[in-house]
Design a protein around this ligand. Structure first.
Ligand code: BT5
Length: 264
């Protein structure tokens, strides 16, 4: 029987090539939350593309005040982005991050994943990755976005409390990928997709996102800040919002927790 590969206490990551993302990497053995550290670095002027990595988090955060279980053996990183004001679709950057994770897991581990709107990466119907995107504004204008990514790499000693979806890890799915290899692949792909987004807008991402999505085409129920909306997910609009069809009416949902009602 195969056993877990022990992780070194530092990844020692250095990108040999990058345009924006990964040119400055700050690695920490332990942080409360990589998003919180990235936010304070960004407020002090850290450059676009700076990446904050921790080998474990003691207060990893999910959306809406939820927690993200972050023992050592997972991949926890946050990227500082400062998209220019004239590029449309910055609100869809979490979708770009999900697409990058899906491609990186496929490249590094040969495992196929699906994307659940807005921010989850699933293997089958279990969650292997979550994404937390937080924006900071100066007046009306966007100052920076912190995109936080958590991927379950090694098996959990204590599985996290399941939300709507059970957790899984790459090891549970049969992959013993090295953290350093997965992180390198992820940062290369993120950098490439972000460059594509800066050049051609978010439309260059949304088609591929849709192709890998397990949400589109399904009956879903979305818990939004103003109530629960149900319908068939028929696609994304140009900002990455979910388009739902209810009878003959289309509704655009900008944010919320999405539940797939038919699991096929
Ligand atoms: C997310 O929230 O999925 C976003 C998670 C983002 C984590 C990264 S790690 C690096 C960066 N720094 C941070 O502090 N955060 C980001 P949400 O959709 O709200 O899902 C949270 C729910 O998933 C929890 O309420 C649990 O039910 C469940 N959960 C917690 N830890 C999990 C894990 N490791 N794997 C799968 N599910 C988990």
């Amino acid at each position: 029987m195969e056993t877990s590969v022990p992780l070194s206490s530092s990844i020692g990551l250095k990108m040999t090539f990058c345009n924006v993302i990964g040119c400055d990497i700050r690695e920490y053995p332990s942080l409360i939350s990589t998003n919180s550290t990235a936010r304070s670095l960004a407020s002090q002027g850290a450059r676009e593309g700076t990446v904050v990595i921790a080998l474990e988090q003691t207060g990893g955060r999910g959306r809406n005040g939820r927690n993200w279980s972050s023992p050592s053996g997972g991949l926890y990183l946050s990227v500082i982005l400062r998209p220019p004001p004239d590029v449309e679709g910055a609100s869809a950057i979490p979708l770009l991050a999900g697409l990058a994770v899906s491609k990186a897991i496929s490249t590094s581990c040969g495992i196929s994943t699906s994307l659940k709107w807005p921010n989850d990466v699933l293997i089958g119907d279990r969650k292997v990755c979550g994404i937390l995107s937080e924006s900071s504004f100066k007046g009306e204008s966007l100052e920076f976005i912190i995109v936080g990514i958590g991927i379950n790499v090694r098996s959990f000693l204590e599985p996290p409390t399941a939300g709507n979806y059970e957790a899984t890890s790459l090891e549970d799915e049969g992959s013993y990928v090295e953290l350093k290899d997965l992180t390198t692949d992820l940062l290369y792909i993120l950098d490439m997709l972000y460059g594509r987004f800066l050049d051609g807008g978010i439309d260059t991402i949304l088609g591929e996102w849709t192709d890998r999505s397990s949400t589109i085409g399904k009956e879903v129920s979305v818990e939004t800040p103003t109530g629960i909306i149900g319908g068939t997910a028929v696609g994304l609009d140009g900002s990455g919002a979910l388009v739902l069809k209810q009878d003959r009416r289309l509704t655009i949902v900008h944010s919320g927790d999405c539940l797939h009602l038919d699991l096929n």
